[in-house]
Design a protein around this ligand. Structure first.
Ligand code: BEZ
Ligand code: FE
Length: 281
């Protein structure tokens, strides 16, 4: 009996992808066929050994096993491979002038406290105080009223409140603000500090083996939403941070580096002004 379409090293891609002929979801067939092609080409290019593939399977198994309601190691893996930022860039090509997106990260919470404009988000009293203020604008420079500005940062020791339940007050260094007619937002936080991404799992081991550090440059997170506009997921970065050029998750964009001005003789030590420009939906 002669068999056509059997598997050989030379025909591996065509043989596997021919099985997708009956798939009724064209997008799934397209994505999976391209994935098979790239995976097979990758294995052929590096002459992948069975021992190496075994190590990779073990790594992926441990990556899944450490995941929980509080921890998502696969997203972290995507982040450190630059894939999160690439998918973000593909999905958020914005007109010139609109504020750029960056990586969301794992430390946002859906039920952060709603606060009055100008209020402080820092509840643990640690760190150098900083006034964050600016406007939410449209592409024509007009203020966007009713925009929700959801902010979060680490504390002065480099941890988010959700990483230290029982140590930090719940809601520390986070808050939700809603703009008025002038589109302005303002709150008192701290000048954020650089910190390592969670590196006590398989992703941290991988970074160490690759000679990579796990640090992110200091940043304030923002999720800015308003009806009729694209959702903006971004940060502002502290200029001069030692990790700006080597962010472990590739989140830095030059347009997102914010000024930090020293305030002399005032209760608040720093001021960081930044306007957010939303693209229409
Ligand atoms: C963050 O900035 O909070 C973050 C982003 C990606 C991975 C880990 C942390
Ligand atoms: Fe962060």
């Amino acid at each position: 009996m002669s068999l056509t379409g059997t598997f050989t090293e030379a025909t591996s891609v065509e043989t596997v992808n021919a099985r997708h002929a009956a798939c009724t979801n064209p997008r799934l067939a397209e994505v999976m066929s391209a994935l098979v092609r790239h995976l097979h080409d990758f294995a052929k290019e590096v002459h992948l050994t069975q021992a190496e593939w075994g190590l990779a399977i073990d790594f992926l198994t441990r990556t899944g096993q450490i995941c929980s309601g509080q921890r998502q190691e696969f997203i972290l893996l995507s982040d450190v491979l630059g894939l999160s930022m690439l998918v973000d860039a593909i999905g958020n090509r914005r007109p010139a002038g609109a504020t750029e997106n960056t990586v969301f990260g794992p430390f946002h919470v859906d039920d952060a406290p709603r606060r009055q404009m100008g209020e402080t988000i820092c509840l643990d009293g640690k760190g150098e105080s900083c006034l964050f203020e600016g406007r939410v604008l449209d592409l024509e420079g007009k203020p966007v009223a009713g925009a929700t500005v959801d902010v979060w940062s680490d504390n002065a020791e480099g941890f988010y409140d959700v990483q230290q339940p029982g140590i930090q007050p719940k809601g520390n260094n986070r808050g939700v603000f809603v703009t008025g007619e002038d589109g302005r937002y303002a709150f008192i936080g701290i000048k954020p500090v650089s910190y390592p991404i969670p590196d006590d799992g398989p992703v941290g081991q991988m970074l160490a083996q690759l000679g990579r550090h796990p640090y992110r440059p200091a940043h304030m997170h923002y999720l800015v939403t308003a009806p009729g506009y694209q959702r903006l997921v971004t940060h502002t970065f502290v200029g001069g941070d030692a990790y700006l050029a080597s962010d472990a998750v590739f989140g830095v964009k030059a347009s997102l580096i914010a000024p930090y001005e020293r305030l002399e003789g005032q209760a608040t030590q720093w001021r960081s002004p930044f306007d957010f420009v939303l693209a229409p939906a």
